[in-house]
Design a protein around this ligand. Structure first.
Ligand code: HEC
Length: 213
């Protein structure tokens, strides 16, 4: 009698410790819809966007398009199974910006991916519109009027007007500032009696940035 009681007590303790009532409870999905497999555990892919001023379209594995219009966190809609590969890329760049993806590829390893970093920076402004070309306007003018003296091994006053590199290396041009350029000052002081139209052409070239255009 006493032996049987102890056996029953032992069973009770085991039941209490194991936290079950001794009846097997299959997972809900299984019991309600026998034959329906339990969906596998999935994980999301996401990260942070910074520097964005427009709208960037992000892709994961070439699809699952996600449009982001503000800095902050993002998460792709479609989760992935453990062990699946992910590869975040930019589908469409924002207007006037270029976004780059860091930590964008990897393999799901039992956790959501939250460290994809998308950094957007402004594109450089387009070069200013120019009306005077160094190659077609400026150099032919120098060749016609100036290089007889300002070229060769020993250009007069070390002012070499035979090439763009020579002109800029002679320190007679201040890009963007015609008045401060010795080249313009000389011409306006009557050096070699140049016509005003040519002086204006040189002025405009310098004002437009003295580009090698
Ligand atoms: C016939 C030779 C000759 C030609 C052609 C000539 N120069 Fe000169 N250039 C000189 C001499 C000599 C000097 C130095 C004396 C002076 O200041 O006039 C000089 C000085 C200069 C200087 C100043 C250099 C300094 O450091 O003081 C500049 C700039 C210059 N020339 C630009 C031009 C340009 C631009 C042309 C073409 C439109 C031109 N030159 C055509 C002979 C010439």
């Amino acid at each position: 009698m006493r032996h049987r009681f102890l056996n029953a007590l032992a069973l009770l303790i085991i039941a209490a410790v194991s936290g079950c009532d001794g009846i097997y409870n299959p997972p809900l999905a299984d019991s309600q819809n026998p034959g329906t497999p339990i969906p596998p555990v999935t994980y999301t892919v996401g990260g942070t966007v910074s520097g964005l001023t427009g709208t960037v379209a992000l892709l994961n594995n070439g699809g699952d398009g996600l449009s982001v219009s503000a800095d902050g966190g993002f998460t792709f809609a479609t989760p992935l199974a453990d062990g699946a590969g992910y590869a975040v890329t930019v589908g469409t760049q924002p207007a006037g910006q270029t976004c780059e993806v860091a930590s964008g590829t990897g393999t799901i390893a039992g956790a959501d991916v939250t460290d994809v970093a998308v950094t957007c920076t402004d594109d450089p402004p387009p070069p200013p519109v120019t009306t005077v070309s160094y190659a077609s306007d400026v150099q032919p003018y120098f060749n016609a009027e100036c290089t007889a003296c300002h070229s060769g091994a020993n250009p007069t006053k070390n002012v070499d007007l035979a090439s763009y590199a020579g002109v800029m290396g002679s320190s007679v041009v201040v890009p963007g500032n015609a008045d401060a350029s010795l080249l313009v000052q000389m011409l306006e002081d009557g050096h070699r009696n140049q016509i005003q139209a040519d002086i204006d052409m040189i002025r405009t070239w310098i004002t437009e940035g003295a580009q090698d255009n």
